[in-house]
Ligand binder design. Structure first.
Ligand code: RBF
Length: 367
C-alpha cells in the first residue's frame, strides 16, 4: 500500500515535470495527453493546470476604408468572430485609406512594430504590396484573402473563383435585358461600372459577366466604364446616366463606396443593378436585381481560427470554387423573389446549380 502511494507520488511528480516539455515540444500544435498519461493519473487528483496559451496578436489591415466596401466589412467581422473565441488572442484594425501610393509605407509601419504574429488583409494587390516588406521582416507572417500568391514561406493566400460569381450575375443580367420587365428595353446592351482595373477584374469578373450574359443571347454587348477610385459616387452616377442614355438597362457594380451613385440613377430611370460580394438587396430594393456573394466572413473566421492554433500552411495558395461553399448567388431574399419573374428565377437556378455542382466548369485563369 505504502509503496503503491510512493509510486503514485513519483508518477505525479514526473508528469508535472514533463508536461511543460511536452507542450513546448509541440510548438503551436495542441499538446494531447498520450494514453499512458490518461491511465496513470489518479482519479481524485485535481486536473493538471492547462499551460497558459501563448498570446496571439493579429493586425487586420483594410486597404481602403471599411465602411461601404463589402469584402472589407466581412474581413473585419470574420476576424473579430474568431478573436472573440480565444482569450489569448487580440486584434487591431488598421485602415490604409484610399491613397494606394501610401499603402506599402503604412504597411511597413505596422509590421515594424513587431507586435503582430500575423497580418491579414484583403484584395488582389496586397501580396505584391507586401513583397519587399516580407523580405525585410522574415519572421512576419501574412494571410491574404481575395488574393493569390503561392510558394512564399511567409504567406498564405485564398482566391475566389470570380469567373463563377460573375457568370451567375451576367446570366441574370442577360435574362433581364432580353425580358419584358419594367424598364428593360429592346437594345441588347448591359453595362459594368468598375472602380479601377486590375488582373482579377479584367481576367475573371468582366469576362465572366459578359460570358454569362452571352449564354442567354450571344448578341448582348457589354458597355464597360472605369471610375478611377473606390469612393466617388458622383462620378459613378455620371457614368451610369451616360450608359443608360446609350441603351443599357442592367448595370454591374464593382466600385465599393461609389456604388450608391449607380443605385440612385438606376432607381430614377427604372433600370437594374447587379451587385458583387454581399447581400445588398436592401440598399436599393427593386433596383438591385441580383447579388453574387463571397462568404468572406466565414473564410476569414476559419483562417484566423487556424492561425491562432498555428495551423495555417504558409507557402500555399488556395483556390476556392463555388462548390467549396464560399461563392453563392443569393436567391432567397424577398427582394429578389418579388422582383424577378418566376420563369427567369427557374432559368437562373438551373445555371447556378450547374456551377455549384461543378457540371458547368468555369476555370480560374492565370492572373
Ligand atoms: N473593393 C472595395 O469594395 N473597396 C475598395 O476600396 C477596394 N479597393 C481595392 C483596391 C485594389 C488595388 C484592388 C486590386 C481591389 C480593390 N477592391 C476594393 C476590390 C475587391 O478586392 C474585389 O475585387 C471586389 O470587391 C470584387 O469582388
Amino acid at each position: 500500500m505504502k509503496s503503491n502511494k510512493t509510486l503514485l507520488a513519483v508518477a505525479v511528480i514526473f508528469l508535472l515535470l514533463i508536461t511543460p516539455v511536452l507542450v513546448f515540444a509541440g510548438g503551436q500544435q495542441e499538446a494531447k495527453p498520450g494514453p499512458a498519461m490518461e491511465k496513470e493519473a489518479p482519479k481524485d487528483a485535481p486536473p493538471p493546470a492547462p499551460a497558459p496559451a501563448k498570446p496571439f496578436a493579429l493586425a487586420v489591415v483594410v486597404p481602403g476604408v471599411t465602411a461601404g466596401s463589402p469584402l472589407y466589412e466581412q474581413l473585419v467581422e470574420g476576424a473579430q468572430k474568431a478573436i472573440d473565441e480565444y482569450p489569448n488572442a487580440s486584434m487591431k484594425v488598421v485602415e490604409l485609406g484610399f491613397n494606394q501610393a501610401e499603402w506599402a509605407e503604412k504597411m511597413t509601419s505596422i509590421v515594424a512594430t513587431g507586435k503582430y504574429d500575423v497580418v491579414i488583409t484583403s484584395n488582389p494587390s496586397m501580396p505584391y504590396v507586401c513583397m519587399d516588406l516580407a523580405a525585410q521582416f522574415p519572421k512576419q507572417k501574412f494571410i491574404f484573402v481575395d488574393a493569390f500568391i503561392e510558394g512564399h514561406p511567409q504567406m498564405a493566400s485564398f482566391l475566389y473563383n470570380q469567373v463563377e460569381q460573375s457568370y451567375m450575375l451576367g446570366y441574370l443580367a442577360g435574362l433581364i435585358t432580353t425580358s419584358n420587365m419594367k424598364g428593360a428595353n429592346a437594345d441588347l446592351k448591359i453595362g459594368i461600372i468598375v472602380a479601377q482595373e486590375y488582373p482579377a477584374l479584367n481576367k475573371m469578373m468582366v469576362p465572366g459577366f459578359e460570358q454569362g450574359a452571352k449564354a442567354v443571347n450571344p448578341g448582348i454587348t457589354l458597355d464597360y466604364r472605369v471610375i478611377g477610385n473606390w469612393y466617388d459616387a458622383n462620378k459613378a452616377a455620371e457614368l451610369a446616366k451616360s450608359m443608360i442614355d446609350s441603351g443599357v438597362d442592367v448595370i454591374g457594380s464593382i466600385c465599393g463606396g461609389a456604388a450608391p451613385g449607380i443605385f440612385e440613377v438606376a432607381k430614377e430611370r427604372n433600370k437594374y443593378v447587379m451587385y458583387w460580394d454581399d447581400n445588398s438587396y436592401n440598399k436599393a430594393p427593386g433596383v438591385i436585381a441580383g447579388c453574387g456573394a463571397l462568404h468572406q466572413t466565414q473564410l476569414v473566421y476559419e483562417v484566423v481560427s487556424d492561425a491562432i492554433k498555428g495551423k495555417v500552411k504558409y507557402g500555399t495558395g488556395t483556390k476556392l470554387y463555388a462548390k467549396d461553399g464560399y461563392i453563392e448567388f443569393l436567391d432567397k431574399d424577398p427582394n429578389y423573389l418579388s422582383l424577378i419573374p418566376a420563369d427567369m428565377q427557374a432559368k437562373l437556378k438551373t445555371v447556378v446549380d450547374s456551377i455549384m455542382t461543378g457540371k458547368l466548369k468555369l476555370e480560374i485563369p492565370q492572373l
